[in-house]
Design a binder for this molecule. Structure first.
Ligand code: ATP
Ligand code: MG
Length: 203
């Protein structure tokens, strides 16, 4: 019997936007995935010097954004694990929960550039197949990654980033159509990204 094929989309999701959703959908279609699990990070190791919204807000926005797609799930493994988030721990926890599954880790090409600096990078290649999605303005850098471990996939041009969405929300500019409607409303309801420099940190 064919093993279930599960995509794993890790991210800060502060906020989740249509770039993330299109990337997950494209990879699911190209790799014939049965589901994609979105995994909001706890404390991202490489964003330690940056203010990040509380994990529950990021988790709930991810749930809202993915709710209408029966193949999209959200996992709390990273936000419930104490300490900094490392991909090796994410993959280990998800594999333990679904020992039968084949995992496909979906990541932006910009993040692949940092992959070798990740904790236990050498182990990662055996734990999942890596799919690097390219987006405008980010070049792929794959020196030092084993042959065949990473597949690149071009996704439709989605020049959307969470950074831009936060700046827009802070400046009172619209984020409609950059993020799902429910996320626009969630950001407004909770006043996220207002006065970014004071009160959005969970540190
Ligand atoms: P920030 O601007 O705060 O860094 P981000 O938009 O890059 O946020 P993350 O939560 O950091 O969002 O991204 C999670 C994953 O999604 C990363 O692997 C990232 O490379 C990828 N990603 C982000 N934006 C896009 C996009 N527009 N198209 C495809 N992949 C994306
Ligand atoms: Mg990013």
């Amino acid at each position: 019997m064919r093993r279930p094929r599960i995509g794993v989309m890790g991210g800060t999701f502060d906020p989740i936007h249509h770039g993330h959703l299109v990337a997950a959908s494209e990879v699911a279609s190209s790799f014939d995935l049965d589901e994609v699990v979105f995994v909001p990070t706890g404390k991202p190791g490489f964003k330690q010097h940056q203010k990040v919204s509380p994990a529950e807000h990021r988790y709930l926005m991810t749930v809202i954004a993915t709710a209408s797609n029966p193949r999209f799930k959200v996992s709390r493994v990273d936000i419930d694990r104490p300490g900094l988030t490392y991909t090796v721990d994410t993959l280990r926890d998800l594999q333990a929960a679904r020992p039968d599954a084949e995992l496909f880790f979906i990541t932006g090409a910009d993040a692949v550039a940092q992959i070798l600096a990740w904790k236990d990078a050498a182990q990662l290649w055996d734990m999942a197949h890596f799919v690097a999605v390219t987006r405008p303005g980010h070049r792929m850098q794959i020196d030092g990654i084993p042959e065949g471990a990473v597949t690149t996939l071009e996704v439709p041009a989605m020049a959307i980033s969470s950074t831009d969405c936060r700046r827009r929300a802070e400046a009172g500019q619209p984020v409609w159509y950059l993020v799902p409607d429910g996320v626009v409303q969630y950001i407004a309801k909770h006043g996220l990204y207002r006065g970014l420099r004071d009160d959005t940190s969970d540190e």
